[in-house]
Design a protein around this ligand. Structure first.
Ligand code: ATP
Length: 361
């Protein structure tokens, strides 16, 4: 059977991006090849190297190329290290906003062989990705963060019913999908409506209203601070968590670390028609350039992205390629560990082991 071509984008990014992204691509190619898919990866300027070459971390040519694409991989960006003048918005915000990538799906679960503070954690954090308390993306022009004087700083939070309902629908669908046929879907709405009454109160109410359309979903609610404590104390009580942007970011780092390491925490950002694979972690400048970063988060983000984009585009082979990647990563983690997991494998060495595993399967 001949190979079928799909064109996807690559935005390598900063810090450990140039180490983990090529590893994830090699693995994606190996898995896709076994499903008779040949991927034409379109490498696009992004991050600090794009500032050097194009004067912009997200140049216009990158955006016009992404306009034509449905799936891409993005490495981490280290926008805190960019020279002044590059940004009211982080590159992530620019891309998420332009393509309405409103749903950030961040699973956290343990792997056999990976020591974890809470090996019993198995949750999916569904994070609203276009508004909330991430003020940089809340304005049509300018930023929702501003300083009237050098000693006074303000930030504008934004919650809308439409965006809250939209993310609640994704969360309910995810709870139903994860439950399968053998258990009841569970959803926890995470808010802080005892203090942020109007904003997170609206988020909570919109989620409640949508969840009422899914009577099979068992719905509970938690304040975000209590949620943080409960994720540590009894994570097995929770399955899908839906929350606003900033709460979701913080909780997903916590959940990832409880499951073993931020280095294994994958995630996708999605609209109705586009998927962007992006690890939960950041650019990790403290370990960049040393070949020791854990590539698993990037790899499993691609696997998740293949599944989600494959389902969106009716491409069963792409879904199957994602499953091949997941299985090979789980097998590899059972006996090979990078430094963050207490082992000695380097980034490339781990990636090679996954590619071998895919070929053997
Ligand atoms: P951002 O705000 O961009 O998400 P951050 O401030 O949350 O970034 P990270 O860059 O995610 O910070 O790094 C947090 C810690 O986790 C650092 O000590 C970093 O070295 C570690 N870390 C992050 N990613 C990895 C990885 N893939 N492998 C190993 N360690 C990692």
């Amino acid at each position: 059977m001949g190979l079928r071509e799909r064109r996807f984008g690559v935005l390598t990014g900063d810090g450990i991006g140039p180490e983990i992204v090529p590893v994830a691509i090699a693995i994606a190619d190996a898995a896709a090849g076994l499903e008779s898919i040949e991927i034409d990866w379109q490498e696009l300027p992004f991050g600090s190297s794009a500032i050097a070459s194009h004067g912009d971390p997200v140049p216009a040519q990158t955006l016009s190329a992404l306009d034509e694409l449905g799936f891409w991989i993005v490495g981490p960006h280290d926008s805190a290290a960019y020279p002044p003048g590059h940004g009211d918005r982080t590159p992530g915000a620019t891309i998420r906003t332009r393509y309405e990538l409103f749903a950030n799906l961040r699973p956290a679960r343990g792997f056999t062989g990976v020591p974890a503070l809470r090996p019993d954690i198995d949750v999916l954090i569904v994070r609203e990705n276009t508004e909330g308390f991430y003020a940089d993306r809340n304005m049509a022009a300018g930023s929702g963060e501003f300083m009237p004087t050098p000693d006074v700083a303000l930030a504008v939070g934004l919650i809308t019913r439409a965006a809250s309902e939209r993310i609640a629908r994704v969360a309910c669908a995810a709870a139903i999908e994860r439950a399968g046929t053998d258990r009841q879907p569970r959803l926890t709405i995470v808010h802080k409506a005892n203090v942020l009454r109007m904003t997170t109160g609206l988020f909570r109410d919109a989620c409640r209203d949508v969840a009422a359309e899914f009577p099979e979903v068992e719905v509970s609610e938690q304040h975000v601070d209590a949620m943080a404590a409960l994720l540590v104390r009894r994570p097995a009580d929770f399955d899908v968590l839906v929350t606003e942007n900033l709460f979701g970011d913080v909780l997903s780092d916590l959940a990832g670390e409880l499951a073993g390491s931020l280095g294994i925490a994958g995630s996708v950002n999605s609209s109705e028609s586009r998927v962007m694979a992006q690890a939960t972690h950041g650019a990790a400048p403290d370990i960049a350039g040393r070949g020791i970063a854990n590539p698993v988060a990037m790899i499993v983000s691609v696997a998740m992205g293949f599944r989600r984009y494959g389902l969106m585009t009716d491409d069963a082979a792409l879904v199957a390629a994602g499953a091949r990647i997941d299985a090979a990563v789980a097998d590899t983690l059972a006996h090979t560990a990078t430094r963050d997991l207490g082992g000695g494998a380097g980034t490339a060495e781990f990636g090679d082991a996954v590619v071998r595993r895919i070929a053997e399967a």
